[in-house]
Design a protein around this ligand. Structure first.
Ligand SMILES: [Ca+2]
Length: 344
């Protein structure tokens, strides 16, 4: 495209102004604000999802308003602090569940490994300036503060872990942050909860994110006042991130948190299902290119963690499925995002 140097300078300055103002121009609608709810450290797909969110911020498609941890691992918040700095977004606030779900023995904790990596001089491989694990705010307080500050119906929650923070937010009362209860805040501010949870296929399973905290998952399905779109177990297993993507696609950085986390999670080479990346893709790009959405209805979670869906006009629950072609297109898009250099 041709343009004069003067126009280029104006355009560049205008773009910088937009970035400083959160990427939205006065004439445009504010960008959707995303809040990530994660158990990062248990399984590697949270890191793929996190990388995607930073890239969406790079592209001015969203703002990443907060990140909340629902496990009791101190390294989850530390890892988020690390990646926020590495990707160039050190000011994204992080919240921590006061009584997080224990998952320390479920899988190797790559978050701890990456946080403790050092270089040849014994210095931290990834900087975590001013991080103090005992000063991370309560996730519910951070949710209330973040939601209260957002325009109505502008917030998208991406939940790729357990539901303890979500249920505590839902049950929270009015306080000095907001005169609204948690349920009222959600109803007013949250456009969508994109949630990796459940199983709705022909051979359903009691899915991990549900089983780890069944009472919270039951209450969320029953009481959450905004639409919820579930990314179920069946969808995630259709989309496998490739070891070769990690080995060859992330070489633009000498040390990349996603590459280090992936390579320290299991013995390489291995491919892995990326449920959390699918829930993230739907949250920001809910295109029929990638997804088939069920009718709307209700979801029930039984006492063993099995989920069932019942269509109902006016229902606020739905779940995703994918054809083979959609799964292939989704993986292509996820690879496109995650292999691209971060702006930093
Ligand atoms: Ca997860």
């Amino acid at each position: 495209m041709k343009q004069t140097f003067g126009k280029y300078l104006f355009g560049a300055a205008f773009t910088l102004c937009l970035m400083a103002a959160g990427c939205s121009s006065p004439e445009e609608q504010p960008l959707p604000s995303v809040i990530l709810e994660t158990d990062i450290g248990n399984y590697i797909d949270d890191v793929v999802a996190l990388d995607m969110l930073y890239k969406y911020v790079d592209d001015c498609q969203i703002t990443l308003a907060a990140e909340c941890v629902n496990t009791d691992s101190p390294y989850a918040a530390a890892f988020l602090h690390l990646t926020n700095h590495w990707y160039g977004y050190p000011d994204i606030p992080i919240g921590q569940a006061r009584q997080g779900i224990s998952s320390n023995f479920d899988a190797p904790n790559y978050a701890e490994t990456v946080c403790q990596m050092t270089d040849d001089q014994g210095l931290p491989l990834f900087q975590r300036p001013n991080f103090q694990s005992d000063s991370i705010p309560d996730a519910v307080a951070l949710y209330r503060k973040t939601l209260a500050a957002q325009p109505d119906s502008s917030v998208i929650l991406v939940s790729v872990g357990f539901s303890v923070n979500l249920i505590n937010l839902l049950r929270s009362g009015a306080d000095s942050i907001s005169a609204l209860t948690g349920k009222e805040l959600i109803r007013q501010k949250v456009r969508l909860l994109s949630m990796m949870a459940g199983s709705f296929g022909a051979y359903p399973i009691a899915e991990y994110n549900v089983v780890k905290d069944i009472p919270s998952a039951q209450a969320i399905a029953r009481e959450w006042p905004s639409p919820i779109v579930y990314t179920p177990f069946e969808v995630g297993v259709q989309v496998k991130y490739q070891a070769t993507t990690v080995e060859q696609g992330l070489l633009w950085a000498n040390h990349h948190p996603l590459k280090e986390a992936y390579e320290h999670y299991q013995a390489m080479p291995y491919d892995c299902e990326i449920w959390d990346a699918i829930a993230t893709l739907y949250a920001v790009e809910p295109s029929e290119t990638y997804f088939t959405l069920s009718p709307w209805g209700d979801v029930h979670v039984d006492d063993e963690g099995y989920t069932t869906f019942t269509p109902r006009t006016g229902g606020l629950r739905a779940y995703l499925s994918m054809t083979a072609e959609q799964a292939s297109a989704a993986l292509y898009r996820i690879n496109q995002l995650t292999t691209r250099p971060a702006k930093r």
